[in-house]
Design a protein around this ligand. Structure first.
Ligand code: 7TS
Length: 411
């Protein structure tokens, strides 16, 4: 454990998560699937319930006190996101449904503006499909090509390849901050500096990073930074796109409709400034307010304390799992978040997943929406355990016993 910070009171924290007291398949639930979706603590659920019970209406509509109050809460949540990721202005924070929608928004606006036939978009070998498919669709539309930063067997980006891969045709680099499969924390600050030195803007997929490490988009100098609320102890259906204001101002709108306009006539529509320009229609208000409450919750716990707790779990789980004969961990980066993917000789990850499920251990088995990465490792799928600040070493002991039991069954 990192002794520089006061350890979290995990026993008290767990009381905020009623799901952790459930029994699944006759066994106490062990939730090791926070990379799929984090759990929401009670203060988040209660804040959303209060909104729905006492404050529900629409935002940015009219003069009613109720609507103004909802707008204030909604905009206060935007300010919480700004502060959480260190953006300079709330004008740079756009609500989206999540990471996927945020990347599609950038691809369909910024991407369409800048990418032409023969151009290149640079990605990495460890991207989630959300940071592949929107670029592939754009590349197909424009006659552009995708290029890929390769990785080592340990799951680290081969940065030496950057000089060769970034050419005068590269119009954008899109890279994940933390791999959802390997757990690798990529040196995005260095990557951004190197891309910028060649005039290439960078989008960072922060979906798996923001729950674990302090992000400062200005320090990183990211052009775009995207994430989802539901991996951040918040609800589904909400996420955010950070974009540098100069980019957002130059970008055309994406969805058209109410809320994003200044004036509409049959001849012509003029648009709001960012962020309004990118927020057509009624947003998920309770979800945005809930995400704000989640950020308060995490900030109160302390991201450094969360990181210390999760790092302890990562080290402990790695040591214990590595001792199991026939088990191979994919992803051994020096800088790693609390995600462990593994395969066991002779047992398909789906079978392993089902057997663990029978023991109450919730993990994900599959390709994790990263099929090109599975191909890189020549595996169809992996079993993945991911840890959050409410997990304990005892949770990992149960995981290890359940894996050992599964291996016994398959002998
Ligand atoms: N990018 C990364 C790195 C992710 O891990 C995910 C979701 C996404 C983008 C997409 O986020 P969404 O909220 O828009 O769906 N990752 C996972 C996962 O690892 N298992 O289930 C979802």
């Amino acid at each position: 454990m990192n002794t520089a910070v006061q350890p979290l009171d995990v026993t008290a924290i767990r009381r905020d998560f009623p799901l952790l007291s459930r029994v699944l398949n006759g066994k106490p639930v062990i939730y090791l699937d926070s990379a799929v979706s984090g759990q929401m603590p009670l203060p988040v659920i209660e804040r959303m319930t209060k909104y729905e019970r006492e404050e529900h209406t629409n935002v940015h509509r009219g003069v009613s006190t109720l609507s103004q109050e909802a707008t204030d809460h909604f905009e206060a949540a935007r300010e919480k996101v700004r502060s959480f990721i260190g953006a300079g202005s709330i004008k740079e924070i756009i609500w989206t449904r999540g990471t996927t929608e945020a990347i599609n928004l950038v691809a369909q606006t910024f991407g369409r503006m800048h990418v032409q036939a023969g151009d290149e978009i640079l990605l990495s070998a460890m991207e989630h499909h959300a940071n592949i498919v929107p670029w592939q669709m754009l590349a197909q539309e424009k006659g552009a090509t995708l290029k890929v930063i390769p990785i080592t067997d340990d799951g680290e980006l081969i940065l030496e390849s950057l000089d060769e891969l970034i050419t005068e045709r590269t119009k954008l680099l899109a890279v994940t901050h933390v791999s959802n499969v390997l757990g690798t924390v990529n040196p995005v600050k260095e990557i951004i500096a190197r891309a910028h030195a060649k005039g290439v803007p960078v989008l960072v997929d922060g979906a798996q990073a923001v729950p674990h490490l302090k992000v400062d988009v200005q320090d990183l100098d990211a052009d775009f930074y995207v994430f989802s609320g539901h991996k951040l102890s918040g609800p589904t259906g909400i996420g955010a796109l950070y974009g540098k204001l100069a980019h957002l101002e130059a970008m055309p709108p994406w969805h058209g409709g109410g809320n994003m306009i200044r004036s509409v006539t049959w001849e012509k529509t003029t648009y709001m400034a960012a962020p309004g320009k990118f927020e057509a229609g009624t947003p998920p208000i309770a979800a945005a307010i809930g995400l704000g409450a989640a950020l308060d919750y995490l900030t109160n716990l302390g991201l450094d304390r969360i990181a210390a707790q999760e790092h302890d779990l990562l080290v402990y789980a790695t040591e214990r799992l590595e001792r199991i004969p026939g088990l191979r961990i994919l992803g051994k980066a020096r800088d790693k978040a609390s995600v462990i993917s593994f395969v066991v000789e002779g047992i398909h990850p789906h079978d392993m997943g089902s057997l663990l499920d029978g023991e109450g251990v919730v993990i994900r088995a599959g390709h994790h929406c990263a099929q090109p990465l599975m191909a890189r490792y020549n595996v169809p799928a992996t079993t993945r355990a991911s840890f959050a600040y409410f997990n304990t070493r005892e949770d990992i002991d149960v995981l290890v016993s359940a894996v050992e039991k599964a291996i016994e069954l398959f002998k």
